[in-house]
Design a binder for this molecule. Structure first.
Ligand code: GLA
Length: 663
């Protein structure tokens, strides 16, 4: 698979921002009488809204019966937005088909692994593989593009919404077989890749191959892995089909589809290559002490997928309504997290949704205009933020963030690692990724993400939290990176299996073992939940390993217990291997030292805890994630773009305070 497609020549986010930060959100006017639309635009102007996403859930309104078209209401809205200076990100409504589609064409409905139909009455009840669904989706996309492609309000296309559905039905099964034929060519090759000699699973006919429907006992992991790959590709085909339709009408208008944050079901590296604008929806829990770290991870990942500025398509101005307990955002937090996104590369700060619904499944999900109306604190804070983003937009948009560190992540490795029958169900790829990113974040070290086969030459330090599967190309890439002077640090369960989830000789690829100085990897010793293992100078969690290391590579050893005296952290020249998950402070300390050795230093020295610092171009963003005011030493004289104040040497940040400093 090739990554880093050359997108020069295609439209991009800059075509929509034109030097402003896009500010606004999903607007669902079909839920409201037309009088409210006029109230909406008045408030949008007050809040500095310059962008709305229309039509995400409008299919039943646009096509109330098969083949009908009701565009009049949307015509009026497009005009209304344009007259009021609000650009429109126009969605194809294909994530929530009207009930008639499922009723008249049950083949459009997806089935879960038990064969149960996912009915209409919610949303996303479409089968990616249904020819009927694809035909109706293409037709409505075509007609929307034909009608609005030339409308002056149109700034961007938004295809579908949070693509996420799997399908185990018969049409999907046929599509899966076609996908497998393309991948393997012959049944022999498939049987070999899937290891079907185990448990008498050898296939004698393509027709015998099914999606991984519920069996009596554990599933074939290679089959599950390929089904995840197929599902991501099948959804991507749906996206590409609609993208190509709208792009044919409007080659100059950028196209996006919104990712869920670190969503398991999509190979987002692959998807991002097909987007003009990479956008994401992000909802950290306001109560989660690690909310800012999670936000930063998603922002860094999205920026890396975009290879530059990206779009925060949806966030919540207040509470969401899909957690067990849904906490509002305390005063100032919406502003802080919005500016955090800008600091980490967002050129668009948008919400789900403009006006809080009064009906439907999400009526208790906040909006920019809450049930409390314009006098509500949420709207007042939105208004303040809109004014601030307008003030700094010209200085910020288009600027890049330089990072010397790359964290490697690969969905295929995650999919392969997330199956039954593993050494420990406690080990979760996403949690491990979060732990390593958090350590860098807390050390004030800015990191990009990269795919293991990306060109890593521009980075001084490459961090591999965990890549359970690695292709030969990825291994070669890492070896070449270290050989040519790069510093590498890897966590456990890396390079264990190949792309078919076949364990590599010796339990870890021999080339990697040699790189790290691992002579024999005898056994893994996973830890129970909450259990720790003592090592020289720190405690490990989650995992430990019985390693026989080459002479002189052990940096730290296990203490006590069965592994007493055996190496815990190894280093051979520029390659480090960490065989446990050190507790957060220890991992931060270790990465700080390794980074310093690689010539990578924190954004600023001596930053107080909970203060995040990011450089975007020559701007320095300082973000106080704490509720207490703090003072930060900043060398040199600066102007704070948010206040216009000149600051020399010291900046004070109030509760959830932010400064955007220009030298
Ligand atoms: C995502 C979806 C929206 C809405 C919100 C709720 O962002 O795209 O349609 O469901 O979640 O948080």
């Amino acid at each position: 698979m090739t990554y880093r497609k050359d997108r020069s020549g295609d439209p991009g986010l800059a075509d929509a921002t034109r030097g402003r930060i896009l500010f606004g959100g999903d607007y669902n006017p079909e839920q409201w009488p037309e009088e409210t639309w006029h109230e909406d635009v008045r408030l949008m102007r007050e809040a500095g809204v310059n962008s709305v996403t229309l039509g995400v859930f409008s299919w039943a309104k646009l096509e109330p019966e098969p083949g009908a078209r009701e565009f009049g209401w949307l015509d009026r809205l497009m005009d209304l937005m344009h007259t009021n200076g609000v650009g429109v990100v126009l969605a194809t409504p294909t994530s929530s088909p009207p009930p008639w589609l499922g009723r008249l064409h049950p083949d459009t409905l997806p089935r879960d692994e038990n064969g149960r139909v996912e009915w209409w009455g919610g949303r996303q009840h479409f089968s990616h593989s249904s020819a009927t669904y694809r035909r109706y989706a293409a037709a409505i996309a075509e007609d929307l593009a034909a009608r609005y492609g030339g409308h002056p309000a149109l700034t961007m296309w938004h295809i579908n919404n949070e693509y996420c559905t799997a399908d185990h039905g018969d049409e999907a099964a046929a599509a899966f077989r076609r996908w497998l034929r393309t991948r393997y060519g012959t049944l022999d090759a498939l049987n070999t890749a899937w290891g079907t000699a185990f448990w008498s699973q050898g296939y004698d006919s393509w027709d015998g191959i099914l999606p991984p429907r519920t069996p009596h006992y554990m599933k074939n992991p290679a089959q599950v892995l390929d089904f995840r790959r197929f599902t991501s590709d099948a959804l991507l085909e749906c996206y590409v089909a609609e993208r190509d339709i709208v792009a044919r009408h409007t080659p100059h208008v950028p196209v996006t589809t919104n990712f869920m944050p670190l969503f398991f079901g999509q190979d987002a590296w692959r998807w991002a290559e097909e987007e003009d604008v990479v956008s994401v929806d992000l909802y950290p829990d306001p109560r989660d002490p690690l909310g800012p770290q999670h936000g930063a991870l998603i922002q860094d990942l999205t920026r890396s997928q975009a290879r530059g500025p990206w779009m925060l398509m949806e966030q919540a101005a207040g509470p969401v309504n899909w957690r067990g307990v849904n906490h509002p955002k305390p005063r100032g937090l919406n502003r802080l997290w919005s500016l955090q996104a800008v600091a980490r590369g967002a050129d668009a700060v948008c919400y789900f949704q403009w006006r809080q619904s009064r009906q439907g499944a999400e009526k208790f999900h906040s909006g920019m205009v809450p049930h409390a109306g314009e006098r509500g604190r949420t709207f007042q804070e939105v208004k303040q933020l809109g004014a601030e983003l307008a003030a700094i937009g010209g200085e910020v948009t288009g600027r890049h963030i330089g990072a010397d560190i790359a964290i490697l992540h690969d969905w295929h490795a995650w999919w392969a690692a997330a199956q039954d029958g593993r050494p420990s169900a406690q080990v979760d790829h996403s949690a491990v990724l979060h732990a390593w990113h958090r350590a860098l974040w807390e050390a004030h070290l800015t990191a990009d993400f990269a795919h293991p086969e990306h060109d890593l030459a521009g980075y001084r330090l490459v961090v591999v939290p965990q890549l359970y599967t690695m292709t030969d190309a990825a291994i070669d890439n890492l070896l070449a990176y270290v050989r040519t002077g790069g510093v590498l640090v890897s966590g456990f369960l890396t390079g264990v299996a190949d792309q078919d989830d076949r364990v590599r000789p010796g339990g870890m690829d021999p080339r990697l073992r040699e790189l790290f100085g691992i002579h024999v990897l005898h056994e893994w010793w996973p830890l129970d939940e909450g259990e720790t293992v003592d090592c020289d100078g720190f405690r490990g969690t989650l995992w430990s390993e019985e390693i026989e290391a080459e002479e002189g590579v052990a940096q730290s050893a296990y203490q006590g217990g069965e592994l007493d005296g055996l190496p815990a952290v190894l280093r051979r020249d520029r390659a480090w291997y960490v065989s446990t998950l050190p507790e957060p402070d220890a991992l931060r300390g270790l990465l700080t030292r390794i980074a310093a050795g690689a010539g990578v230093h924190p954004v600023l020295d001596g930053l107080p805890d909970r203060v995040e610092a990011v450089r975007r171009g020559d701007l320095l963003f300082l973000l106080n994630h704490g509720r207490e005011p703090v003072t930060v030493d900043v060398p040199g004289a600066h102007t704070d773009l948010l206040t216009g104040d000149k600051a020399a040497e010291r900046v004070t940040l109030g509760r959830y305070g932010v400064a955007v400093l220009r030298p």
